[in-house]
Write a new protein. Structure first.
Length: 69
């Protein structure tokens, strides 16, 4: 579980904080998840934030925008 209670989660931030462990955990979770359950407020935040991200090297944007065909 990843806790972002201290503010919006930004794993690709440009400061010197080492977040490699967080990115590794996210990659592991994205590979194994079969669904994502969000509350209304979180969904609305995601809906307004993630689709507009460009140059996301974490893979999160692509993962969240994935559609089953």
């Amino acid at each position: 579980m990843i806790d972002a209670s201290e503010g919006w989660f930004d794993p690709a931030r440009d400061d010197d904080t080492d977040v490699s462990d967080v990115l590794e955990t996210l990659q592991d979770q994205m590979q194994t998840e079969t669904g994502l359950l969000l509350g209304r407020r979180t969904f609305e935040s995601f809906r307004g934030f993630w689709p507009t991200q460009a140059d996301d090297e974490t893979g999160i944007t692509e993962h969240l925008n994935y559609e089953l065909t």
